[in-house]
Ligand binder design. Structure first.
Ligand SMILES: Cc1cc2nc3c(=O)[nH]c(=O)nc-3n(C[C@H](O)[C@H](O)[C@H](O)COP(=O)(O)OP(=O)(O)OC[C@H]3O[C@@H](n4cnc5c(N)ncnc54)[C@H](O)[C@@H]3O)c2cc1C
Ligand code: SF4
Length: 587
């Protein structure tokens, strides 16, 4: 039996970065806002105290912060003619559960996309001709511009207290920053983090080769900071437990450390945990609310005037499919938009090994402590004759020296036993890893749909992921990896081991939690699921937040843009929709 609850103005599904942003903005309008989070209540001081947050076995290897695949997972295959099998262990990506979502255990590398990234098709066609875009690619323009998003990037920078060095202030190129970035309306709210040996060594080598290195934009605090919501964060202690862990030191900007303390004081906000949303209910082209189930198995219908899906891309897309909203994409016909243009990230790198006389001290690190170059990202370089479009940034991030996870060894080392132990001992403190973080261009065959065979614990079909890297991305990544190797060889070690992109895509080893697409945005219902304000074309009181809106994935980490898109959408909702509910863009 389903219990029907009293109506709310707004229901939010999922309380990670985007759920918190939506709640904070709409409670300001006096609306009655309810957030439903499938996981547990978690707060920094009580749950992630500094004396337990750094437990590698508990958090990294027993997955305490990550989603529970015994309840719901997806099936995976590389190509449509293969049989998909359920993902039974987390590997390639690590989506979060509980209050704060994946943002609790993110690194904090907080980028803005390049202005031309938002015109991926039209810009490349204009500069290189239509033939330069491989016919298998389904990339498209976003329907929104960097200029429209800039004020919202700025809001997120200030919410988080991002540490960095501006490279372009109002069109004026700034010394020491990223000269390729789009114009900023204001500098970073905090100075760059203090650099340690490894990123400094990378920056010196990059400079010698003629590049312009700059400090990576970081949501790890370079100094004490109080954000515009009045919430204070402490200076980072460089403990090296950001990525895959919560920060017990209140030094990493997350939804829980920047928004939640202010939000919990607002009487018109309610957060309900242990609420697993199964479906969005619709009638006559409008969302009437959502149905959720508790861990005890009790089912509720929560009516609401507006529904926001903030459940991470895979779950947003899954909820659309389970609710019968929109047509599921079929790669054979090209019909349907839901599940189309799933994309990921292309990662490659190199390890530089040194003699005993150069100590890296890798345990002095932070999730976004690093130096980067952007010469080979997006369209920052001439692609004429290269046979691909797009690119990525190259960086040395000094994230950690965690004892179980971090053991760089030369590639010809035995994988266990005495030889392995000796190599770990010899190299732990004398190795620097650098990497290329590349774009992923959506291609015709990559998509999400429903699996015909497997079901989740709630009896729903599992979502099925079909993905492999495009020809473009393989060529692009090879080019980037060559540049990585050149820099690695200039870093003065005694040996360099290169790790190219692994093809075909393997879902087992960790790469990034930068999944994108599936409910992409665009300028028409014929090419997208949402309009430029992330409003469903089909159901105008349904909004979809997160990287599922990306038509393809540029060469940066996504969350800065995820947040900017959310603020952009909410600004229009507050300006226009609340007075006059309905489509914000006419189809
Ligand atoms: C290890 C790691 C490192 C990362 N580092 C970076 C980085 O350095 N830079 C960067 O830009 N990005 C990084 N990311 C990505 C970043 O964490 C995400 O982009 C961001 O958290 C996405 O926000 P979101 O609101 O879309 O989803 P999330 O933050 O994942 O929140 C989604 C929430 O929805 C809940 N939920 C899901 N389904 C349901 C349902 N059916 N009912 C109720 N609740 C539901 C989940 O439990 C979760 O709490 C990293 C991610 C990981 C895992
Ligand atoms: S490195 Fe800094 S931001 Fe990261 S977990 Fe440690 S104290 Fe927190």
């Amino acid at each position: 039996m389903t219990t029907i609850l009293p109506r709310r103005d707004v229901v939010i599904v999922g309380f990670g970065w985007t759920g918190a942003i939506v709640a904070e903005q709409l409670t300001q309008e006096g609306l009655d806002v309810l957030a439903l989070e499938r996981g547990h209540w978690r707060d920094t001081s009580t749950d992630y105290a500094v004396n337990n947050a750094q437990d590698e076995v508990r958090y990294r290897y027993r997955d305490e912060l990550f989603e529970d695949l015994s309840r719901e997972t997806l099936t995976f295959r590389n190509q449509s003619n293969q049989e998909a099998l359920p993902m039974r262990m987390l590997g390639s990506f690590l989506p979060g559960t509980n209050v704060g979502g994946s943002g609790v255990h993110w690194n904090g590398q907080t980028w803005r996309f390049l202005p031309t990234d938002f015109q991926a098709r039209s810009h490349n066609e204009e500069r290189y001709g239509a033939d330069a875009i491989d016919e298998e690619l389904t990339i498209q323009d976003w329907g929104v511009t960097y200029e429209e998003l800039e004020p919202h990037y700025d809001t997120f920078d200030k919410l988080c207290g991002i540490a960095g060095q501006a490279g372009n202030l109002g069109g004026e190129i700034q010394q020491g920053g990223n000269p390729f970035e789009g114009p900023r309306s204001s500098p970073y709210p905090n100075p760059p983090m203090d650099m340690v040996a490894a990123p400094l060594r990378f920056a010196d080598a990059a400079r010698e080769l003629g590049y312009q290195p700059f400090p990576g934009p970081s949501a790890n605090m370079s100094r004490a900071y109080t954000n515009p919501l009045g919430v204070s964060l402490a200076p980072c202690s460089y403990c090296g437990f950001c990525e895959k862990y919560a920060c017990g030191n209140y030094s990493k900007a997350t939804a829980a450390t920047t928004i939640l303390p202010a939000l919990m004081r607002r009487e018109n906000f309610t957060l309900k945990t242990g609420a697993m949303v199964l479906r969005v209910e619709t009638r006559g082209g409008r969302a009437t609310g959502v149905t959720y189930v508790t861990p005890e198995g009790d089912e509720f219908f929560q009516p609401a005037d507006m529904v926001f899906l903030c459940a991470y891309i895979t779950h947003n897309v899954n909820l659309l499919m389970q609710s019968g909203i929109g047509e599921i994409y079929d790669p054979r016909t090209g019909e349907g938009q839901v599940g189309r243009n799933y994309a990921y990230q292309t990662m490659s790198g190199a390890n530089v090994f040194y003699d005993d006389d150069f100590s890296v001290n890798p345990f002095v690190g932070a999730g976004a402590l690093g130096q980067c170059i952007d010469e080979f990202n997006g369209d920052n370089f001439d692609h004429e004759g290269l046979g691909f479009i797009g690119g990525g940034y190259i960086a040395q991030w000094q994230t950690n020296g965690r004892p179980i996870e971090h053991h760089p060894v030369p590639s010809d080392t035995p994988t266990f036993g005495l030889g392995w132990k000796q190599a770990v001992r010899a190299n732990y403190n004398h190795t620097i890893g650098i990497g290329a973080h590349g774009a992923s261009h959506s291609r015709r065959g990559n998509h999400l749909d429903l699996d015909p065979t497997y079901r989740d614990a709630y009896g729903r079909p599992l979502m099925r992921l079909t993905f492999d890297f495009s020809r473009n991305d393989i060529a692009m990544s090879a080019y980037l990896t060559d540049r990585v190797e050149e820099i690695a060889r200039a870093m003065g070690g005694n040996r360099v081991d290169v790790s190219p992109l692994k093809v075909p895509y393997d879902i087992k080893p960790y790469q990034t939690t930068h999944n994108t697409g599936g409910h992409i945005m665009g300028d028409s219902p014929d090419n997208s699921v949402t309009n430029k304000f992330n409003q469903s074309w089909d159901v105008s009181n349904l909004f979809l937040m997160g990287a599922g809106n990306f038509p393809q994935n540029p060469g940066y980490n996504p969350t800065g843009t995820v947040a900017a898109l959310a603020y952009h959408s909410l600004a229009e909702i507050r300006r226009s929709y609340l007075q006059n509910p309905g489509p914000l863009v006419q189809a």
